[in-house]
Design a protein around this ligand. Sequence first.
Ligand code: ADP
Ligand code: MG
Length: 681
Amino acid sequence: MISATDELAATGLLPPKEVMALESAGFRTIGDMLDHLPKRHEDRRIFDAFPNQPAPGAVCLRGTVVDTSRRRFGGGGLFEAVVMDNTGGVFGSGKITCRWFNIAFIHKLVASGQELVVYGRVRDLNGRLVIEHPEFEVLRPDEGGGGSIHLDRMVPVYRNVPGIAQRRLREIIHLLLHRCDPSSLTAPFDVDPSMPRARSVCEAHFPDEASAADAARRRFALEEFFAIQINVVWRRACHHGKPGRVLGKRAALLTEFYQSLPFDLTNAQKRSIREIVADMRQPVPMNRLLQGDVGAGKTFVAMAAMLMAVDSGCQAALMAPTQILAEQHFLTFRRWLKALPVRIALRTGNRGETSHHELAGPPQIVIGTHALLYDEKLFEDLGLVVIDEQHKFGVSQRSRLINRGVVPDVLVMTATPIPRTLTMTVYGDLDVSLLDEKPPGRGKVVTALREGAKQKDVTKFVKDQLAAGHQAYLVYPLVEESESLKVESATEAYGKWRKRLGGYQVGLMHGRLAPEEKEEVMRRFREGEIHALVATTVIEVGVDVPNATVMILHHAERFGLAQLHQLRGRIGRGGEKGYCILLTDGGNPEAMDKLRVLEKTGDGFEIAENDLRLRGPGNVLGTRQSGLNDLRFSDFLADTALLREARALAERALEEDPQLDGKHRGLRVLLQEQEADWRTH
Ligand code: ADP
Ligand code: MG
């Protein structure tokens, strides 16, 4: 018997040429091969009837080739095979044409008299029913009956492996499966003791019924989710296991702050602050996520929490993902806390401690970029860390925080509304407060998609808005002109807009400017000296200029949905109506559908759900550190029940073996592998 960990070559079961092909496709061990699950199964016991009209879904047909033809042109050509229903075609037309373009050797594979299984979508081509580029298999003359793995049963169909034909791949996996010692097909944790794992592996490949394959896939999805959840639960336990401080016994500053506000906090803000304060009063370090759409008012919640920390006699820090945002937070804090006796400092990589000298004593509130994380001295007296726009930091930075003696309370703020299931995975170690209500008196933002709009009209619109005293963002996807892409860049557009908007001040903002230049541009825009700002996505998060009511997004199809939503969040921040115009040259219908989502809804969660569906979790979160890019079963991500099950299993495992050094030792190894994987990416 071979073991799942054996190298393919060592088994001697496969010819060297095949081993080489498999190895260059990334399969080294038996286990790697058995992990290559089918992309689908075909029920080759009952085939579909030959259709007599086009159909939207794919069909799986069995028939005999009665005619072939080949036309050559250019470097390639067209090959057609007419396939006839052997059973007589009682219901259907009984005939279908399979067409292949530009496949040099296809005529050597398909010939009259052969029996084929074809799979694909049937189209109507001038009255003929055709399938273009079907997946197909040539059956052997004697095939069928009980013994075959290719016919008269549920048959796995795999993603192609270069150099190995589909039938051969199926044979190899079948062979390895039957020679493999079942006891070697284990996982670090058995998520379903009611069903031996080896059996799930078999059924994922060669099930008797489709339902058995589904059940097996679900098991593997559960395993995959479990691997994430054990990590999350472990990190949570690490955080909570550390000694923390008890903060929030006094609230003098906080009370003063409330009294100084010219408006009431929203109910959601009040609720979140209550949740945060309750956490801060515990001797266990807080580890909380504040989730709220753009403009929901996260900053005041952070401010309240930080004042609580200062009230308790320690420092509080706010970390922003970029220098611009750190700078802006600093100004916001200074403005709103002007009347309060708190010392606030801005500290960023470039500025060192420049703003210190004004302070009569050490700062109580420090605002900076994530460079603060590496400031050991700061952490000596730190009671609370607020991390703004968390996904830009990632899990590994967060874990830096907890690898300390006394762990500060941590509040993570994100404006990226993500679906509930993703929250449970990416932020699963955090408790969640939700700002699900926007402050009153916000202007509505109208979003409009314009395909192939005339520049003249766009310019006029912007000019009218500027004439009314508003400001505008003119957003471009790139900084510089790219040769390969015919996309206008921000720098290029800047020159043009200056001409178009003669009489108004136009600014340029992009990521390659020096930090001081960025600050200067932002300052001038904030103060209304610059009327229209040509910019790249550096303005994506947090930039807050309430008088800016117009955003023109050029080449909108090149941005992600969530990103567009973030960008759009820059306008409609004051009381005035905002306009977000998505410009595109049109084309790709999928891209247009994507953009239309933004016309329809301003709800960040709804947009996030769409984004997840369109782009997959790894891309949505934009970081490998989420550990989600490699998910093989991400189609189960919408399955909240399965995620909860994984969470419960992970919690139970940790209860049974809190240090993971006893019966679940294997999980410790898994955690170490995950950490190593994050560090290297
Ligand atoms: P977020 O960071 O969640 O996107 P901000 O904290 O920047 O949102 O708040 C957006 C705007 O709303 C700011 O101009 C802020 O002053 C204002 N704001 C926040 N809370 C309230 C409130 N309760 N009432 C009125 N305006 C508010
Ligand atoms: Mg913000």
